[in-house]
Design a protein around this ligand. Structure first.
Ligand code: BES
Ligand code: MN
Ligand code: ZN
Length: 482
């Protein structure tokens, strides 16, 4: 919880003073509070050689009941990214202080937003319902400010953004034992009501009847059938319509083209793109987004069984295009193709964006902190890059290489779901080009988030497990649309 407060509140047990690097390191905000507490910060900084490097936290016990701790938190050069990291470092280091005070008045709105975002994001831990929480957490942050109303917007920005990320993390961290396609649909429906969204869930019979052949084929190996989640946000007076499509594979074993067991461990997060879409949509009304937005999450569990699809099968997508399934582990594009074709043919949006943990190749190329961005419109690409920067989520533009396109031609269907030519490589690019075939030439962007959707360890605001990558990026982009 974040609220405005005052230093002498007996409930506050720690106060955080941000320190910027430089010669000498200096306290950026809250020097007056330190004075009131009788602490000589200039002397403290000098005596302990505190450099103010981003992430560095120096704890000083105070001879008081409240606050009993002072934290000198390094913010480095004070970029937004550094403020976000500082917030995360504070949330982790100060867990034993349940309530923290933060001097707000000398911080810019941008710094305050990033710092707050960092505190909420960095303090996140996934909790299995019913299990005992390990250790304590920062529960409350009081912002010391003379102008609580004036700072509300900066705080709102941060809290809504961070909350969408946490929502995406929770969905993606949920084990697949619980997380069936139906479970995911129920979560989306439960979130939709309070967020002012309409929801439509198509079950397996409707999907079959309406021709969603990719989603049906991928879901056929599991006893837990596929679903198509459709969330709609329709603000009055909207002049344009955007469709977001998120991959919703609730578990990816590879199907009959089975993954090795090491490669399967993290595959409960193979619906992280869908989680980002659902989470971003929950914030649209609150953020007064002006455009119409439809979120589509094709959800299926990719398992091998006697009823699973086989390598060599030819399937018919929504709208009639066919795919030859050379590898059942390239399942994401098969379910996304249906959703994109449905969006193009029925929803007819002005812009189409999909987000998916699509290829290991994307994370091989860009590593684990950058998402791969593909776009058929320069303007859209630039907007998404800017939104990613604001959100503190990194993307890198990738090319759609026309010379590679032949590699997904099939002799028996319109397309093959993996390369038919051995010497082509570029797995992330080919997957993107496969998807492009279903976008009907509409302005389209594709985010391959196989790398950044998960983290193997905590790193500042990025927490181990599902990271929620993409939810804030999408939200920040939508906030700017008219
Ligand atoms: N969900 C995986 C991609 C993935 C791999 C995400 C590793 C996160 C970490 C996807 O469905 C997949 O299996 N892709 C295959 C495609 C290949 C068969 C053409 C891959 O990347 O190996
Ligand atoms: Mn797969
Ligand atoms: Zn997958």
């Amino acid at each position: 919880m974040l609220r405005s407060g005052f230093l002498e509140d007996p409930g506050v047990d720690g106060i955080v003073l941000p320190v910027s690097s430089g010669e000498p390191a200096t306290v950026v905000a809250g020097a007056d509070a330190a004075d009131r507490l009788g602490v000589n910060v200039v002397e403290l900084l000098a005596r302990h050689g505190i450099k103010g490097e981003c992430g560095e936290i120096f704890a000083v016990p105070l001879p008081l009941d409240a606050p009993r701790m002072l934290y000198l938190a390094g913010v480095g050069g004070g970029t937004a990214g550094e403020w976000r990291r500082t917030g995360a470092a504070v949330a982790k280091r100060c867990r034993d202080c349940r309530a923290l005070a933060l001097p707000g008045d000398q911080l810019s709105d941008e710094s305050l937003t990033a710092l707050t975002e960092g505190i909420v994001l960095g303090g996140y831990r996934y909790r299995v319902a019913g299990a005992d929480a390990k250790g304590a957490d920062v529960r409350r942050v009081d912002l010391l400010t003379e102008d609580p109303i004036g700072r509300q917007e900066a705080l709102g920005d941060a809290l809504v953004g961070a909350r969408t990320t946490l929502c995406a993390r929770d969905l993606a961290n949920t084990p697949s034992l619980v997380k069936s396609p139906q479970w995911l649909a129920e979560q989306a429906a439960a979130l939709a009501g309070p967020a002012g969204l309409d929801v439509r869930i198509r079950d397996d019979r409707e999907l079959e009847a309406e021709g969603f052949g990719g989603l049906v084929a991928v879901g056929r190996g599991s006893t837990r059938p596929p679903r198509l989640i459709e969330l709609s946000y329709r603000p009055p007076g909207a002049r344009s319509h955007i469709v977001l499509v998120g991959k919703g594979i609730t578990f990816d074993s590879g199907g009959l083209s089975l993954k090795p067991s090491d490669g399967m461990v993290s595959m409960k997060t193979d619906m992280a793109g869908g989680a980002a879409v659902i989470a971003a949509m929950t914030a649209l009304a609150e953020r007064h987004v002006r455009v119409q937005v439809t979120g589509l999450v094709p959800a299926a569990e990719n398992l091998p069984s006697g009823s699973a699809q086989r390598p060599g099968d030819v399937i018919r997508h929504y709208g009639g295009r066919t795919s030859e399934v050379l590898n059942t582990d390239a399942e994401g594009r098969l379910v996304l193709a249906d959703a994109l074709a449905y969006a193009d043919g029925v929803l007819r949006p002005d812009v189409l964006i999909d987000i998916a943990t699509l290829t290991g190749a994307a994370s091989l190329g860009l590593g684990r902190r950058h998402g791969a961005l593909y776009a058929t419109s320069e303007e859209l690409a630039a907007q998404l890059e800017a939104a990613a920067h604001r959100a503190g989520e990194r993307v890198w533009r990738m090319p759609l290489v026309e010379d590679y396109r032949f590699a997904i031609d099939s002799r028996v269907a319109d397309l093959a779901n993996t390369a038919t030519s051995r010497d082509i490589s570029g797995g992330s690019i080919l997957a993107a080009m496969f998807l492009r075939e279903f976008t009907g030439g509409r302005p389209w962007a594709h985010l391959d988030i196989a790398g950044p959707a998960r983290a193997d360890s905590d790193e500042y605001e990025v927490t181990k497990g599902a990271t929620g990558f993409g939810a804030r990026l999408l939200l920040r982009w939508l906030e700017e649309r008219t």
